[in-house]
Design a protein around this ligand. Structure first.
Ligand code: USQ
Length: 399
């Protein structure tokens, strides 16, 4: 299939591009390289030394003989470049990763809140409007987030996108329908993915756009079979307080002998997935587009759930680190329970890679290999969700 990957230079986009190319798809990457500029602005770098996109695709061709085309433009603001590319390429699948994806970064300042909303919503809406305007029957595959559901402890396994509700009409007769699961985003970033859902619902209903929204959990790991083929193909690995995600952060911290930064009690339960499963899920979603007609298909892209404190304990046991409870910079429940359905992707053939699979050691080795690249001062998360959180952190620091 001809597949366009928007945001194909990023943490999920790059390994997905390689995986789809390795499976015989004709891949084009579009990217504005903003993620690399954000690293420069923040004064941090990926733990792993990543090559430029031009070097990456030429290394891929050298190693596998497969070509990946590249287009550079800003999806959120260059609508004409997008329609020009769609008209020429006529992709059958468009995978949309081109959004600001970090919750702490989205809560860091008023300007970054506004940037995240402006970038993410314009990017998604430009894509949908352009698909309609160019008359393409392309299947849009979007990387959403489990965070749209929120983290209240509910006595159900979270369904995949929709909740079946029954309510009485004015004559007392019961009516039943499926509605989008009520959203409860925990950050401006998660809010944008919640709003994306409404854009998708509208364009699916109004224009018949075929859309799959993948509600992904927290990704851990960095390498896939394809990125491991050559050092120039290596994937990025974020460890800093803005972009690093919890398990990958703990692994780097352990490799450096830094105490593991558990926010609050660590009773937060979250959904997880290994990056190798992410790329497989993207391929399974892309290749099953014929199943998508009518309403948006929502699939929970998760393989297991864990409490943050259990992950810290596991890493401490595996690598030998100390655990430190830090004041939680986020306004989130200290404790929650979470369980989610993932029947759709299992039904498409996903075989989950569990934390117990041994891949933790691969990440530990990578963290140890590149430990000298880490700027320890960038480890703490200094993005506070609100004034109370900032004040608590300051009081905690003086204790
Ligand atoms: N946490 C710690 N210590 C740390 C970092 C995080 O205890 O050093 C805690 C956080 O307070 C939170 C949990 O770990 O309770 C998860 O934080 P995270 O930074 O790993 O994940 P999150 O901010 O939710 O965002 C990440 C990705 C985002 C994706 C989301 C999936 O950055 O793109 O959408 O995971 S989910 O969490 O399921 O919504």
């Amino acid at each position: 299939m001809r597949i366009l990957i928007l945001g194909g230079d990023g943490f999920c986009g790059w390994p997905s591009a390689l995986h789809l190319s390795a499976h015989g798809h004709q891949v084009t990457i579009a990217d504005s390289f903003v993620r690399r500029r954000i690293d420069d602005d923040l004064g941090v770098q990926s733990l792993t030394p990543i090559s430029s996109l031009a070097e990456r695709v030429s290394a891929w061709e050298e190693v596998t003989g497969r070509e990946i085309d590249v287009a550079e433009f800003d999806l959120a603001h260059d609508y004409d470049a997008l329609t020009d590319l769609l008209t020429v390429l006529r992709p059958e699948v468009i995978v949309h990763f081109a959004e600001q994806r970090a919750a702490p970064y989205s809560m860091k300042s008023p300007s970054l809140k506004r940037y995240t909303v402006d970038n993410n919503l314009n990017a998604t809406h430009n894509l949908l409007a352009a698909v309609v305007a160019t008359g393409l029957d392309a299947h849009v595959v979007h990387l959403g987030t489990m965070g749209v559901y929120g983290y209240e402890s509910v006595p159900v396994d979270l369904p995949e996108g929709y909740l079946t509700v029954s309510y009485p009409d004015r004559d007392g007769h019961l009516h039943t329908r499926d509605i989008l699961y009520p959203t409860s985003p925990g950050s401006v970033y998660h809010l944008t993915k919640s709003l994306d859902q409404l854009l998708f619902q509208f364009y699916a209903r109004n224009d018949g756009v075929r859309i799959t929204d993948l509600h992904q959990g927290i990704v851990w790991g960095t390498q896939t079979d394809e990125t491991a083929l050559d050092s120039r193909l290596i994937n990025r690995f974020d460890y800093d307080g803005d972009f690093g995600t919890v398990l990958n952060r703990f692994l780097v911290q352990a490799a450096l002998g830094h105490p593991l930064t558990v926010h609050g009690t660590g009773g937060q339960t979250r959904a997880f997935i290994n990056i190798r499963d992410t790329v497989r899920c993207i391929r399974l979603a892309a290749e099953s587009g014929a199943d998508v007609q009518g309403r948006v298909r929502v699939m929970n892209q998760v393989t297991e759930t864990h409490r943050v404190s259990d992950l810290a304990y596991l890493v401490a046991q595996t690598v030998g680190a100390r655990i430190s409870a830090v004041s939680n910079p986020r306004a989130e429940a200290d404790e929650n329970q979470l369980s989610a359905r993932n029947d759709h992707l299992l039904g498409l053939g996903l075989e989950p890679t569990r934390l117990a699979s041994g891949l933790l050691h691969e990440s530990v080795e990578i963290a140890q290999k590149y430990a000298a690249r880490v700027d320890v001062s960038r480890i703490p998360c200094t993005s506070y969700w609100n004034r109370d959180r900032r004040t608590s952190a300051q009081e905690h620091a003086h204790e």
